[in-house]
Ligand binder design. Structure first.
Ligand code: IVH
Length: 670
């Protein structure tokens, strides 16, 4: 391909990728499969590697990250980023209504919006291209976080429609709750401390140097204001609707995320609705924002030193109750991490009975200056587990005993350690402390690791109690006769268990590696390590430098891997797994042939002998290329059942050869 052809191809791919990104993330209405999308992206990445001069600053490849920001430069805001004046009661909202009505002529319209609990961002677009994204900072100047913001899929990189030449759009970047949970699950699995709340994590994520990590975390953004635009519409509500045409994701009216009203009653109705419903939202909000709609009336009202007079925030009261702290107990996790738990006298909070609250770590206990039988304040924020936010010290008995963090493991009495720079205490007795031993086995059999059928936490417990298993290798020495002896274990279940364990020997190396439970080696890291080192022996032999040379493997992970393999116990364990026939190296897929070299295929429809992905894989392993859409350059369209008529027509119009499934198989076997 020469350069001018490449320019055209890059243009075409960029347009197509931006279009499909918008359909998927903004409209939630995708037209092509994830696989096809990835193929288009891969094609663009390859072209950009081949012709680096064609890699645009706003290329769709920026979505996956990769750009590193060493230092976030300071940028002065063109329009200061003010804050909102807060109110905490309906009376205050009513007072605001009366106040502004006196200050402006004519009838007023109000826009009610959610007050998203995240980080404010100002994004500048010039000639329809995302130019710069800046955090709020102190309101006058913020930090340039453009590289990271480009990874947020709902923020367009290039605009569509009749957008203004140079303007700024402001909004809130937040962590969707499902992605936040996913991140914490990964951290739990790899033995890292979980993040406490979505807002702070969104803020921390936005300031990470490696935009690839930001891309993986899945932040999102809602937009709430446009600056430097005239003539688009007369009011805020209408402008928000308009920016959807430019490619932005706007709050949906159908979900009541935004509403226009002309009365106090309408505003109260919106507040009451979300006061009840907010816990069902897939993201966190901390209130409602009410804005005067018409721009000319906004101007009339103007600003105070810190905030606009034309808007006010109604903040929800965090639900808080008072109860008595009975005891503090300590849980020991799979990695030995000690989590203190407050056991409370049962109390109603947010529709559920709360009996326990997490205390996180020793620092937290010290900060609260907790004493047994204290009256404590408990809140349920966005986090699922309630937390103690304070102590009613006035109600403390003089005889109350201060809570002192334990020094020895509650399960095995080993002296606890606290590594430098870490908040968590650990029990270092990894191989002799029962909850750690059981936790490691549970991790190994878990869905994301070996996923052993017929074996769950309860059975692990039972097998452990009778002394049949102490570690993961012991699983492979279990016999039917031993297992069937367990209480409540029928012949059929025992059989299932033994065959489930047997079947796990076929699980790929990356799953085994993840299952070992090496600290900081989560699912993604295990995949990366398996791909780079190919076998457990090579990984074991890898030097620190070899390890950190792998993309995304840092000092912390490298040290943890080395420490693991230096332990005699781990070496023994790995040897035993090896002798039981587990897969401890990557099984290379054979590259079948280069029969399809230079040919491009579009696969569409449903097939009988293969799944669509298997068919695509066959094309690739035989040297061919899968492309997302039909063009005159497509060599073949492989048409399965239910292929769309428009695709069929396009192929016929362009004279592209269409293969049935059988014809494809014949071509492959030629
Ligand atoms: S309008 C002049 N609308 O709340 C300020 N702000 O204290 C205009 N926020 O930092 C802001 N949701 O980041 C507005 N729907 C919404 C909002 C919102 C969240 C944040 C914003 C700002 C803070 C105001």
């Amino acid at each position: 391909m020469n350069q001018s052809e490449a320019i055209e191809e890059v243009k075409r791919l960029t347009k197509e990728l931006n279009h499909h990104n918008h359909l998927y993330y903004v409209e939630s209405n995708p037209e092509i499969s994830d696989y096809d999308f990835d193929m288009l992206l891969k094609r663009l990445q390859e072209l950009e590697e081949q012709f680096p001069e064609l890699a645009d600053d706003n290329s769709p490849t920026k979505r996956v990250g990769g750009d590193i920001t060493k230092k976030f430069e300071s940028v002065v805001h063109k329009y200061p980023m003010l804050s909102l004046s807060n109110s905490y009661s309906k009376d205050e909202i009513e007072e605001w209504f009366v106040r502004i009505k006196k200050l402006v002529d004519g009838d007023l319209e109000y826009v009610c919006e959610l007050k998203y609990d995240g980080v404010a961002i100002g994004i500048q677009y010039v000639n329809g291209q995302l130019k710069q994204a800046v955090t709020r900072g102190d309101g006058t100047q913020g930090e340039n976080v453009t590289n990271n913001v480009k990874t947020i899929r709902t923020i367009p990189l290039s605009l569509t429609g009749d957008y203004p030449e140079d303007f700024e759009i402001r909004g809130e970047i937040f962590f969707p709750l499902d992605n936040f949970e996913k991140l914490n699950e990964q951290r739990r699995e790899s033995g890292e401390q979980e993040f406490a709340n979505p807002r702070n994590t969104a803020s921390g994520t936005l300031k990470m140097q490696d935009s690839k990590v930001v891309a993986e975390r899945g932040l999102d953004c809602f937009l709430y204001g446009v600056y430097g635009v005239t003539g688009t519409a007369n009011g805020h509500f209408e402008t928000v609707q308009k920016v959807a045409d430019w490619g932005f994701k706007i709050p949906q009216q159908s979900k009541r995320y935004i509403e226009k009203t002309d009365s106090l009653e309408g505003v109260m109705n919106f507040i009451n609705f979300w006061n009840e419903e907010r816990s069902k939202l897939p993201f966190e909000i901390d209130g409602i924002v009410i804005k005067v709609n018409q721009y000319h009336q906004q101007e009339e009202l103007g600003f105070t030193a810190k905030s606009p007079r034309w808007a006010i925030a109604y903040k929800f009261k965090a639900e808080r109750v008072e109860t008595v702290l009975d005891t503090v107990t300590y849980q020991v996790g799979r990695t030995g991490a000690i989590t203190p738990v407050a056991n409370l006298q049962p109390v109603q909070l947010g529709g559920t009975t709360v009996k326990r609250a997490s205390l996180h770590n020793a620092d937290q206990i010290e900060k609260l200056d907790l004493h047994l039988s204290d009256q404590v304040f408990v809140e349920k924020g966005g986090e699922i587990i309630p937390k103690i936010v304070g102590v009613n010290t006035g109600a403390r008995l003089t005889t109350a005993q201060q809570v002192i963090f334990i020094e020895h493991c509650p399960e095995c009495s080993t002296e606890l350690i606290r590594r430098e720079g870490e908040a968590q205490h650990y029990c270092p007795n990894e191989t002799g402390c029962p909850p750690q031993m059981k936790g490691k086995i549970e991790h190994f059999i878990g869905r994301k690791a070996l996923d052993i059928d017929g074996l769950g936490a309860e059975t692990v417990d039972a097998l452990f109690e009778v002394g049949l298993i102490r570690n993961i290798a012991d699983l492979y020495e279990l016999t039917f006769d031993q297992v069937v002896e367990l209480e409540r274990m029928a012949d059929k279940s025992a059989n299932n268990l033994i065959s489930g364990i047997e079947a796990s020997k076929q699980k790929p190396f990356e799953k085994v590696l993840f299952g070992l439970g090496i600290r900081f080696v989560g699912e993604t890291v295990a995949k990366k390590l398996a791909k780079s080192f190919k076998s457990i022996d090579a990984l074991k032999a890898a030097s620190f430098d070899d390890l950190v040379a792998v993309d995304e493997i840092g000092d912390k992970i490298a040290m943890s891997i080395q420490a693991y393999f230096q332990e005699e116990e781990s070496q023994l364990l790995v040897d035993r797994l090896k002798s039981h026939g587990l897969i401890i190296e990557v099984e290379e897929k054979e590259s079948a042939s280069d029969k399809f070299a230079g040919l491009s295929f579009v696969v569409s429809g449903v097939f009988t002998a293969f799944s669509r992905n298997e068919l695509k894989e066959l094309i690739e392993t035989n040297g061919g290329k899968n492309v997302g859409s039909i063009s005159s350059k497509t060599s073949y369209v492989v048409a399965g059942d239910k292929m769309g008529p428009s695709k069929l027509k396009k192929a016929t119009d362009l004279g592209v050869k269409i293969l049935s499934e059988d014809e494809f198989i014949a071509l492959l076997n030629e």
